[in-house]
Design a protein around this ligand. Structure first.
Ligand SMILES: [Zn+2]
Length: 387
């Protein structure tokens, strides 16, 4: 981080040096002055601070060396950003506020500074101020309108203000069609709150909206199926589970318990459901193989189950498959045979989910990645049971 900042400052110093040099050259008709001006002196003082590893003093000096005019606005914005990135947001706000007060900014430059100032406010938690600036930009015909909407929706999301986030998200959806994935998750968040309050009808309404916004929303499908099972509508739940198996077969392991309940109540043919899921998945998911094995054991006995599992294991070896095989071959006591326990420990130690966006892995399914904050990017890690 420190190295990056020094690199940034060094580039900035070069840019200022180039700008001053060019300006002086123009002033004297492309001839260098014999003695440097006051501004040049400031520049060399700043450079000296930089070389002595005194970045704060260097930045202050560089700012003094630069007058704000249309040519230097971008440099001032860059300085403000640098402050913000290194956590000195107060200074960033000062630089950006100072810029915004200048009467000679072009409308585009004014919008850019306003956006950066809003970002400074967000960085220090001054949400209301930031939201006011961003709303203004979003309502204007500015070319930064979409960027302002993205920041605004992120601000509401950060504060879990889902209704406001939805209102802004709907506007953003007109500019970015792929925002539907995130927007559907906001509706799911409202549904989750309604579930907590035991307001099932309201929750279902939010989930229906989520699926209207994004028909492939896995979370809305799973939550809806849970509500249906909870309300005793097993046929309705089975329809949703079938839809999940068709649209997102990799998530079938998440609904195995629901599928079993639907099957127990005569609404679903479990064997057929699991076979279809195994067929459709990009790579057979081991937990679905295990669920099918248990189903065969219940209906046809341990020997048939063992045959099925062994066949699958020969094609696709897995730790949890071997563990299941040992279980089928008879219970072993940990004293005489520690192998099943060791295998179980190995399987448990492996992550079960991974974020497609940043590579975060964990043992819990998050709808929003705790690392990169992306929505719907954490997926079951099919390889976790393979090794
Ligand atoms: Zn991530």
């Amino acid at each position: 981080m420190q190295e990056l900042m020094f690199l940034g400052l060094f580039v900035l110093a070069l840019a200022i040096g180039w700008f001053l040099g060019r300006r002086e050259a123009i002033k004297v008709g492309f001839m260098l002055q014999p003695h440097g001006s006051a501004v040049d002196k400031q520049y060399f003082i700043g450079l000296n601070y930089l070389l002595n590893e005194q970045p704060d003093e260097a930045i202050e000096t560089f700012i003094r060396a630069l007058e704000v005019n249309p040519e230097t606005v971008e440099t001032h914005i860059a300085i403000g950003k640098l402050f913000c990135q290194r956590g000195d947001v107060e200074r960033a706000i000062k630089v950006h506020q100072n810029l915004l007060a200048r009467p000679n900014l072009t409308p585009e430059q004014g919008d850019r500074v306003q956006l950066e100032l809003a970002r400074d406010y967000l960085a220090v938690g001054m949400h209301q101020r930031a939201e006011r600036l961003l709303e203004e930009l979003a309502d204007s015909g500015s070319s930064l309108r979409a960027e302002a909407l993205v920041d605004l929706v992120a601000a509401y999301e950060h504060q879990h203000e889902w209704r406001e986030a939805i209102a802004v998200g709907e506007r953003l959806l007109r500019e970015r069609a792929d925002f539907s994935v995130t927007l559907a998750q906001y509706h799911c968040e409202l549904a989750a709150r309604a579930v907590q309050r035991r307001e099932t009808a309201e929750a279902q309404l939010h989930l229906r909206t989520a699926l209207k916004v994004e028909p492939l929303c896995v979370r809305a499908l799973i939550m809806s199926a849970e509500l249906q099972v909870h309300g005793g509508d097993y046929k309705g739940a089975a329809r949703l589970l079938q839809r999940l198996a068709e649209q997102a077969p990799d998530f079938v392991p998440e609904v195995l318990a629901l599928a079993e309940r639907c099957a127990d109540n005569g609404a679903l043919d479990l064997a057929e459901y699991l076979d279809q899921a195994l067929e459709r998945a990009t790579k057979p998911v081991v937990s679905v193989v295990l669920a099918r094995t248990r189903q065969i054991q219940r209906e046809q006995g341990a020997a048939s189950a063992e045959r099925f599992l062994l066949q699958r294991l020969l094609v696709q070896p897995s730790l949890s498959g071997v563990h299941e095989l040992l279980r089928l071959r008879g219970p072993a006591s940990p004293e005489t045979d520690p192998l099943p326990e060791l295998l179980e420990a190995l399987v448990r130690a492996r992550p079960r989910y991974r974020c497609d966006s940043c590579g975060f892995t964990g043992s819990k399914l998050y709808w929003q990645c705790p690392s990169c904050q992306s929505w719907s990017t954490v997926k079951p890690l099919k390889g976790h049971e393979l090794s």
